[in-house]
Ligand binder design. Structure first.
Ligand code: OOG
Ligand code: MG
Length: 254
């Protein structure tokens, strides 16, 4: 087994067993391309176990997230059907290492894309929008990582909750996107925190799809990246986000 496969197995095992592991890039020579290859291999192990690739997630598209995690580059990871959490359902903390939640917007893609789409045409590749919450759960100790480490770890991707779908013509500019924990706002946010315009995140996804030759398929879900910093989950929490005209979405923690 080559070295990249070994790291992919390590990270996949950590996720499967909900156990944290040491960072890999500090002690090993890992390039950005190696890190994405580890991600691809580790998600490949999930696919081999029967999960299906259903989309992509963008990360560090807001300053709040970059500052919280100390990484300042746009990143992307893969979503599988095994990560989907039904809205209003409960998740068990036992399945995770140290999960956090963050408010997101999800795009549903209407056609296969393998080339960057210009920003003035980006709405035409989307046939649905919804409010979403991402559950991130770094497999690294203390939720600490370098850029290469987080890329290899599928950008901490662990779960996602989708609200009800709306048409792609809903205005996404300047919408409040607060993260609620029980009865209080843990983080106040705004959709414009996502690259100044959430559609730019979808455009970036198409650019990366071309660059890494990882086509975006019709029906894929793309998460735009969080509008606020993420919040650690505690037993008993109800987590909710409201995204103006897209309505709200929530889940519970057992
Ligand atoms: C990395 C994932 C970043 C986002 O929305 O910015 C991300 C992390 O914070 O652990 O999902
Ligand atoms: Mg996210």
């Amino acid at each position: 087994m080559n070295e990249l496969n070994r790291f992919a197995e390590l990270l996949d095992d950590a996720a499967l067993n909900a156990r944290s592991t040491e960072q890999i890039a500090a002690a090993n020579d890992i390039s950005i391309d190696d890190a994405y290859e580890i991600q691809r291999l580790s998600i490949g192990r999930r696919i081999d176990r029967g999960e299906k690739l259903v989309g992509l997630k963008m990360g560090f598209t807001s300053v709040a997230k970059m500052e919280q995690m100390g990484v300042h580059d746009l990143i992307w990871g893969r979503l599988t059907d095994g990560m989907l959490i039904e809205q209003d359902s409960s998740i068990s903390l036992e399945r995770y290492v140290h999960p956090r939640a963050e408010p997101e917007i999800a795009f549903r893609i209407s056609e296969n894309i393998d080339k960057e789409v210009p920003i003035d045409e980006i709405r035409s590749i989307c046939n649905g929008l919804c409010a979403a919450i991402e559950v991130i759960d770094s497999r690294y100790k203390n939720f600490k990582f370098s850029l290469e480490d987080v890329l290899a770890d599928n950008c901490s991707s662990s779960g996602f909750v989708l609200g009800d779908w709306h048409g792609a013509d809903v205005e996404l500019n300047d919408i409040a996107m607060d993260l609620w924990v029980d009865d209080h706002v843990a983080h106040a946010g705004n959709s414009n925190a996502i690259l100044g315009d959430p559609w730019k995140s979808l455009q970036a996804a198409t650019r990366l799809a071309e660059k890494y030759q990882e086509p975006i398929k019709e029906g894929f879900i793309i998460l735009a990246g969080a509008a606020t910093a993420a919040e650690f989950l505690k037993q008993g929490n109800t987590i909710k986000t409201n995204v103006g005209p897209l309505g709200s979405v929530s889940f519970k923690v057992d």
